[in-house]
Design a binder for this molecule. Sequence first.
Ligand code: PMV
Length: 322
Amino acid sequence: MTRATGVAHPNIALVKYWEKRDERLILPVAGSLSLTLDAYPTTTTVELDETLDADTFTLNGAAGDETQTGRVTRFLDLVRELAETDTRAHVSSSSDVPTGAGLASSAAGFAALAVSAAAAFGLDLDAPALSRLARRGSGSASRSIVSGYAVWHAGDDEASFAEGVTGPDTRMVVVTVDRSTKAVSSREAMKRTALTSPYHDAWASSTAEILEVALEACRDDDYTRLGRITELHALRMHAHIQSADPPIRYLRAASIAVFDDVERLRAEGIECYATADAGPNVVVLTLPGDAAAVAERLAVHGTTTVVGPGPAASLVSAGAER
Ligand code: PMV
């Protein structure tokens, strides 16, 4: 194939990935668990062009900046190595994820790029191999290859991929309190916590333990246990991030206000749990029947969107010609 288009959706971690034990291979210090969403798809087309000296990258119709294009090129270099070719490519992506605001734009982006680039370069990769490849673009992208709940295994290069698990039927309410780009990228922040936080070892060992409990809750279809872990682990991650020197704070006043309201909702008998990635926006885990009420209640804090479990990354089209 010389041209292929793939689509992928973001995922929200219930047990978070934070910090790498191998920076080059993007191997995490511990495994993580997420839900791939049915909203905010990224669609990416990769087209090989023998006449190009360098890859090109456009995002939503505009030329990507140097950092974005550099990341795409480094990723395609891995694909070129596997395909044993030097051919460069045009990459165009469209996405309605609010880029850089902690809603995992890189997860959907690199999962869509992995699927489309593998097909365009003629690689026949199964889901674990695609997940391993996506991981090299952005760790959390390994999980967007998989539908619904996905566990990303820690381990060596071969073993570190995501696979599907069954779990309770849930919805998520995405509360977008701020769409601005975050000041410190998750990549940079991970490095800083690893180097300067006094909690680094405890973070890694407790995450591995909590993942086991979360997987047990999934197996038992235990929504309450999974929800409690989700909120606990998000707050632990943010505590860890805030303990870096200099400190990094992703949660804003509006984010904390959402956590407060989620606590109030629970006191009123609506069982829901808050989490937040490396940004100010909050995502609330609910039971399907409570999602609309939770969204309505939290709308005072920002835009609310109810999302559910979404599909695996997939190939939309592939061919030799336009
Ligand atoms: O994959 P990255 O480098 O965008 O890191 C994502 C880290 C968190 O979103 C904060 C947590 C997670 O597990 O997705």
